[in-house]
Design a binder for this molecule. Structure first.
Ligand SMILES: Nc1ncnc2c1ncn2[C@@H]1O[C@H](COP(=O)(O)OP(=O)(O)OP(=O)(O)O)[C@@H](O)[C@H]1O
Length: 256
């Protein structure tokens, strides 16, 4: 479990996180949602140590990132998997090479062990047989799967995904969501996903943290979101006509 307590972060004197507290649960898909500019990315960057808040605590299973020494930080990094926007694969490396990379960086495994682990991860994300391809030779959805295989290569306790559906068609997005959901549950990972995608919110949102103008405005799950009376949240989630209709349908049937 990751807990953040009263996080504050400013840029050039402007506060963008205004005392955010939230819990990201173990073995669950935790979503951070909110409008553009609300502070989601700054929150996620704070969680992984890329941004340093001026105030607050970031507790990884009770270990505070804010007060960790260099060794503790290095150890924590081996427990974290990251999936960046746009996959961020190394173009000059094969699919297998990309997945092997963190294993080579952070473990003392032999080449044969590394290969075995990387192949296992590729098979887990449904990419058996793609080892020798280069990122430019595979589709965006496949690239995302490679990035997921790389993110789980070190068997992480915590997995962070920044907009994992960006650039994908709706069907591929759902498949990627399902894969992230399955992996989270299979390995008991604390997964934190930063997303705008309403299909993801209503599909895999087991624990949803809604950030509005730098505040944590609402916490709940995909079921509770239908009945929320929080205006900022309904404006954000049900802005789209189709989702508004889905909401009306769900509410109507819930009362029968
Ligand atoms: N390094 C930085 N320097 C100055 N301001 C920043 C920096 N990073 C973020 N901000 C500001 O902090 C605010 C929150 O930005 P953030 O990127 O967290 O928004 P977001 O919710 O992730 O938006 P989006 O969904 O569009 O990515 C914005 O006003 C942004 O301009």
């Amino acid at each position: 479990m990751i807990e953040v307590k009263d996080i504050e972060k400013s840029f050039d004197g402007v506060k963008v996180l205004k005392g955010v507290s939230a819990t990201f649960e173990t073995g669950k898909v935790n979503l951070i949602i909110g409008q553009s500019g609300s502070g989601k990315t700054v929150l996620m960057k704070s969680l992984v140590g890329l941004v340093r808040p001026e105030h607050g605590e970031i507790l990884y299973d009770r270990r505070d990132l804010m007060t960790m020494g260099r060794e503790q930080l290095r150890h924590l990094r081996t427990e974290i998997g990251m999936l960046f926007q746009g996959s961020a694969l190394f173009d000059s490396e094969t699919v297998l090479g990309n997945v092997e990379f963190p294993i080579m960086m952070y473990t003392g495994m032999s080449l044969a062990e590394r290969r075995e682990r990387a192949r296992f991860c590729l098979e887990r994300v449904g990419l058996k047989g793609a080892d020798d391809k280069y990122p430019s030779e595979i589709s965006g959805g496949m690239q995302k799967r490679v990035a997921i295989a790389r993110a789980i290569a070190l068997n992480p306790k915590y997995l962070f995904c920044d907009e994992p559906n960006s650039g994908l068609d709706p069907k591929t997005s759902i498949l990627i969501d399902e894969l992230l959901y399955d992996i989270t549950h299979e390995y008991g990972i604390t997964t934190v996903i930063n997303t705008h995608d309403m299909n993801s919110v209503l599909g895999i949102g087991e624990n949803i943290v809604f950030i509005n103008k730098g505040h944590r405005e609402w916490v709940g799950n995909k079921e509770l979101i239908y009945t929320t009376t929080n205006e900022a949240l309904t404006d954000f989630v049900f802005a789209n006509d189709l989702f508004q209709k889905v909401r009306s349908y769900v509410l109507e049937h819930a009362h029968k």
